[in-house]
Design a protein around this ligand. Structure first.
Ligand SMILES: O=P(O)(O)OC[C@H]1O[C@](O)(CO)[C@@H](O)[C@@H]1O
Length: 546
């Protein structure tokens, strides 16, 4: 590891040693400008990190760490198309997919933008055709339902966005099938009519076993009712592997390509977003891209101290590495962002769940945290107990819209906002023993009862949270929010010194599953597997045989 980086990290750790635990109540009491000093805005988007356990010195030291890690140069290298995905020798240019207001973007000397625009126009035409009924099923009926078959990055982004933007949804109904569990496709297809159903097979590699298995099942389902020759009218595909799509038998006119410089978990901006476009229409899809582009431009140009993704990443690093908090909770107080935690799980954990540095040496600090969450207020009635009084500190990242879409339900939205603000305040302030006792006294509890109960009602407080506030969850705001988190993951990866853009950790399980399939099917012997696998296979077989 670079000495300048080690020095900067040691300074941060020493600072933590001197300041932990930071008394946040005192910090707010002594500084009425704390919110103003530790929050950032980009148009109507605010990142409030005043409730993170940071002070000016912390931020200053984090900025020095970013400098020592070469963050700005790394960011510029990414936008410039350098092969920063070193294990796959690829550029990382998902930002080009939304760079629609700018000029050329180069990958290996070629401007990628003409191809990006051409695919987008082809998507526009196809989505328009499906929405208007001009593109229809084999019997001439318009498509009422579209089923996207894909998994991971070929599923989570479109699922999350379709759900998030449901007020803008005016196209056919959308369904998503990802799991190889037959229950997923069976439940989805029950109630659908092959005559009016379009399938989009979404797979960057077009080899993913779950997707290929579900795609074949879907083909059979259409053929069973409409005949094999009709299937062509009911399938489209999105992939970088056009040869494999052709082998599968999907009409090339209905295949939408993208490129190896788009990572799966960064691909919703590409043709992988086709279901989103069919649901919302081309204009809203472009608004989503425009929001992301605005965040890209901000990330590229704002000084790090005022740069939302940089600060979000630096504070994330502070919590993960210096404070040693193992997890982060993503809690959108925005019901339509209910799939955002799952989306960010892939984005963050598949990117930064790594154990070696760029040069292959073991990392010297923890890397990506466990990312999880659920929408508020639901989470409050489930796991917030642990967030407030559990023995681990888990920084919480709240998301909140100032306005809801439901004009007639303002009271609901006010309650939602009040709850979000209340949780952030409660985590920060806590409740002391003296306060707990005073409250019980006010309620008329006798003294011995107060002594017995009060310790259970103490909240330690000093539990960090961040809040991302936006005006309203519209396509532009959502695009900006997703890009904020994409770049945050990048910032943290740069500080960890790892490659955020490969995912070798998913391979071993896939290889073993391929080996184990014949064993499960009874075509190969389980005896040479480990005892646990062999034992389970035996029991599964016995259970199946009744
Ligand atoms: O789009 P594909 O190639 O089917 O891959 C799906 C997902 O599988 C993964 O490769 C992990 O197994 C993800 O990175 C990817 O998003």
């Amino acid at each position: 590891m670079d000495t300048a980086f080690e020095t900067a990290l040691a300074a941060l750790q020493e600072h933590r040693g001197k300041t932990a635990p930071m008394d946040m109540r005192a910090a707010f009491d002594s500084d009425p400008n704390r919110f103003a000093r530790f929050s950032l805005a980009l148009d109507d988007l605010t990142l409030d990190y005043s409730r993170a356990a940071v002070d000016d010195e912390t931020v200053g030291l984090l900025l020095k760490l970013a400098e020592a890690a070469g963050l700005e140069q790394a960011r510029d290298d990414m936008f410039a198309g350098k092969h920063i995905n070193i294990t796959e020798d690829r550029a990382v240019l998902h930002t080009a997919l939304r760079a629609l207001s700018g000029g050329a973007v180069y990958n290996d000397g070629d401007d990628v933008m003409p191809d990006v625009r051409a695919v987008l126009e082809a998507m526009d035409a196809f989505a328009d055709g499906v929405r208007s009924g001009a593109i229809h099923g084999a019997t001439g009926k318009a498509f009422t339902d579209v089923v996207n078959i894909g998994i991971g990055g070929s599923d989570l982004g479109p699922v999350m966005v379709t759900r998030a933007l449901s007020p803008y949804h005016d196209g056919p109904r959308l369904h998503y099938v990802s799991n190889v569990d037959g229950a997923h496709i069976a439940d989805t297809l029950s109630g659908l009519d092959p005559e009016t159903t379009l399938f989009i097979i979404a797979s960057k590699t077009f080899t993913t076993i779950e997707t290929m298995t579900n795609a074949r099942t879907a083909q059979k389902w259409v053929a069973a009712k409409l005949g094999q020759s009709a299937t062509g009218d009911h399938f489209a595909a999105v992939s970088t592997a056009l040869d494999k799509v052709a082998e599968f038998g999907i009409d090339p006119a209905r295949v939408f390509g993208f490129w190896d410089w788009v990572g799966g978990r960064y691909s919703l901006w590409s043709a992988i977003g086709l279901p989103i476009m069919i649901a919302l229409g081309a204009d809203d899809f472009r608004r989503l891209l425009a929001g992301a582009e605005a965040m890209d431009q901000h990330f590229k140009s704002a000084p790090l101290r005022e740069n939302l993704p940089a600060i979000l990443g630096l504070v994330g690093y502070w919590h993960r590495v210096v404070c040693d908090y193992p997890a982060r909770a993503i809690i959108p107080y925005d019901q339509r962002l209910e799939r955002l935690p799952a989306y960010l799980q892939q984005l963050d954990m598949e990117s930064n769940g790594k154990g070696v540095r760029l040069d292959g040496s073991p990392v010297i600090t923890p890397t990506g945290p466990l990312v999880w969450g659920e929408p508020g207020t639901n989470g409050q009635h489930a796991f917030f107990q642990l967030l407030h009084q559990g023995t681990d500190i888990i920084p919480v990242e709240f998301m909140l819209a100032a306005e809801g879409h439901e004009a007639g339900l303002q009271h609901h939205h006010d309650l939602l906002v009040a709850n979000c603000l209340a949780q952030a305040e409660a985590l920060m302030k806590g409740r002391t023993l003296a306060e707990a006792e005073a409250q019980l006294l006010d309620k008329g509890f006798p003294e011995d009862e107060i002594r017995r109960i009060a310790p259970h009602r103490v909240f330690t407080g000093n539990r960090p949270s961040l809040t991302v506030l936006y005006r309203k969850l519209d396509p532009y705001a959502l695009g900006r929010l997703i890009a904020l988190y994409e770049h945050r993951v990048f910032v943290e990866a740069q500080l960890f010194g790892i490659n955020a853009f490969d995912q070798w950790g998913v391979e071993l399980g896939k290889e073993l599953a391929t080996e184990l399939l014949p064993v499960v099917e009874g075509k190969a012997d389980a005896a040479d597997r480990d005892a646990a696998t062999a034992g389970m296979v035996k029991r599964i077989t016995a259970l199946r045989e009744g």
